[in-house]
Design a protein around this ligand. Structure first.
Ligand code: SAM
Ligand code: SF4
Length: 345
């Protein structure tokens, strides 16, 4: 069990005096994407190179440190935490972290993004921790294409995980798909059909130039959200939805069904003006923007001042003032050398 965190202020004064995280552009930060590990059992072609060097284990935050970071953010007004990675469900003893986070009263929403490969065995722990919404990345329903895109993945295991989560009645399961023009564009309609048939939602994500990959040229594979919508409207009747899950997705409702289709458009519909989130990497780096290299080492603060949450909170408050205004992605121009798995997608 983690040690109790030393806290200088009483719970009452904390609520009254807590400085909210507001950056220099007036954006309130209420959402943390917390990376549990940079490792993964898949090697998705848009996310990773085939041969990857991961952070040495000794440099990763312990689960206890990740829980302390989460606690500090919630005391500063963060109400939503998404566990991500790498593949969050392959971190050993991730259940312990889930339990710790689930017990944080100020947290309204604990959610997770997973590749689904180990979802079945962890689904109950997710449920017990109070996770209500799960995002499962799924780019294709064709098992051969799935293997090609993930390089190592087994589609059947992912589908089993989704099925099992459905049987546990999670409030919402959403698929995430990255569409590459010459690889899985033909899967857009089947994926929506699948989502409809299983009462799931689905978001399409434009590929981002994070890290140097070799298997394709990103600009050659780019499909914009608008192009996808054109394709989708040939087969489905969709209308704009006011749904907002606090993330970057813009939603459309498939008429006559419960399925919503989201579009995450970092290139074509820049969402920086309403950005409410920051990321913490598995080695404890606070990343202020997905598309910029600014980072602050929270693990160093934690290790210099063990169990002193006030020092940690101060470091976070100071860092938020440096959050950049926006990202600038060029389709095939890698300005960010960090791969998505190290960023925490
Ligand atoms: N391993 C988990 C998974 O795949 O769901 C969580 C981490 S993964 C980095 C989070 C999301 O980022 C996934 O939905 C994945 O498709 C997306 N992603 C990875 N690399 C990307 C890239 N270069 N551009 C856009 N999305 C990317
Ligand atoms: Fe792993 Fe997720 Fe990256 Fe695929 S997208 S390699 S599953 S971290």
């Amino acid at each position: 069990m983690p040690k109790p965190i030393q806290n200088a202020s009483s719970p009452t004064t904390q609520i009254e005096s807590t400085p909210k995280l507001v950056d220099s552009f007036g954006r309130a930060i209420t959402y943390l994407r917390l990376s549990v590990t940079d490792r993964c059992d898949f090697r998705c072609v848009y996310c990773m190179a085939e041969e990857m060097t991961f952070v040495p284990r000794a440099q990763l935050c312990t689960l206890e440190e990740l829980a302390q970071i989460a606690q500090a953010f919630t005391e500063l007004g963060v109400t939503k935490i998404r566990l991500t990675g790498g593949e969050p469900l392959i971190r050993r003893s991730v259940e312990t972290l889930l339990g710790e986070l689930g017990a944080i009263k100020a947290l309204n929403e604990l959610v997770i993004t997973t590749n689904g490969s180990h979802l079945k065995e962890h689904a109950q722990a997710l449920k017990d921790a109070g996770v209500k919404r799960i995002n499962v990345s799924l780019d294709t329903l064709d098992p051969i294409q799935f293997k090609e895109l993930t390089r190592t993945g087994d589609l059947a295991k992912v589908l089993e995980g989704i099925d099992y989560c459905k049987s546990l009645n999670f409030a919402r399961i959403k698929l995430n798909a990255v569409i590459l023009k010459h690889r899985n564009l033909d899967q857009v309609i089947p994926l929506i059909e699948f989502a409809k048939n299983h009462q799931l939602d689905i978001s399409f994500i434009e590929e981002m130039p994070l890290g140097v990959i070799t298997e394709h040229q990103r600009d050659q594979e780019f499909v914009s959200s608008a192009q996808l919508r054109e394709l989708i409207t040939e087969c489905f009747d969709i209308e704009t939805s006011s749904e907002n899950t606090g993330g970057p997705s813009r939603y459309w409702q498939v008429k006559g069904s419960s399925t919503k289709i989201g579009f995450i458009s970092p290139h074509s519909e820049n969402f920086c003006a309403s950005c409410n989130r920051v990321r913490v990497s598995a080695e404890g780096k606070l990343l202020l923007c997905l598309g910029n290299e600014h980072a602050v080492d929270l693990k160093a603060v934690l290790r210099a001042h063990p169990n002193n949450i006030e020092k940690l909170k101060q470091a976070i408050v100071n860092a938020i003032g440096k959050k950049p205004e926006k990202h600038h992605f060029e389709q095939d121009d890698v300005q960010i050398v960090r791969f998505m798995n190290a960023t925490g997608g």
